[in-house]
Design a protein around this ligand. Sequence first.
Ligand code: C2E
Ligand code: CA
Ligand code: CA
Ligand code: CA
Length: 280
Amino acid sequence: VKQEGGNGYRFFTPEMNTLTAGRLEMESGLRRALEREEFVVYYQPKVDLENGVIIGAEALLRWKHPDRGLVSPGEFIPILEETGQIEQVGEWVLKTVCTQIRSWQDAAMPSLNVAVNLSGRQLQRNNLCTTIARILEETGLDPRFLELEVTESMLMHDPKYAVDMLMQIRAKGVVHIDVDDFGTGYSSLSYLKRFPIDALKLDKSFVDGLPHDEDDIAICQAVIALAHSLKLRVIAEGVESDDQLAFLRNNGCDVIQGYIVSRPLPADAFAQLVWERHQN
Ligand code: C2E
Ligand code: CA
Ligand code: CA
Ligand code: CA
């Protein structure tokens, strides 16, 4: 009936056809999105739990679709990954963020690190390090202010390669590298020690259950203890409630990020928030 060969021919039900049509439309929209300047970077604050100061942000990509409004990265990043476009778009994000940090510095904003999410495909390209170095050079940004987030599963896909690549990037002066979605994959602890990383990001799925779910409590406490024993910081993501915040503070978490502080914001709104909190 069907041949799943190199062409990937398949039979589709009507629903699948609509799905495919939507998908194709999305793909072609995405292909034009860069040149039409439809991508935007939002910034979500990261707060130091010790003093309540906004120490930086995570850069989160948005697609301003002409008809559909803001499209979530959960919907389009996987497509960019599959089509390979993520390399170009990822480079655009890096460049946009480095330029933004520079302009905040020029405006004498309090010092901030901004974290960029890397995709698996970007990490696998062996020119990633050159690309980052070139962008830092072009924007004149001190590499200490650029932070990178790589997921646990990206690292464990080929740990030896990842160690090598991250070492090269670090040698360019990018010293802040965080492991994203920590706890959702399977890290080998012996490798964790070898990665030149700076922080573990406690995944939202574990933070969600705080402060009541016993499994989530155990996992969060274990991740914090593990991180600190490896001299890494812990950043909790997806913090929404006062109870979660109190738990994380009492258990020694270093940094939080979540709706309790702010949703991801356009650059100007983020800058305004930083100024407001700086004055108080
Ligand atoms: P992530 O890296 O785990 O990012 C955290 C996600 O949690 C973001 O979703 C953020 O908006 C959301 N979030 C933060 N705090 C809260 C909270 O308190 N409650 C809830 N319900 N959600 C919260 P977002 O912006 O939709 O991004 C989804 C994913 O898309 C990211 O997950 C990341 O994997 C990917 N992504 C976003 N921007 C980029 C990018 O520039 N490059 C790459 N490769 N991936 C990106
Ligand atoms: Ca992230
Ligand atoms: Ca994350
Ligand atoms: Ca996550």
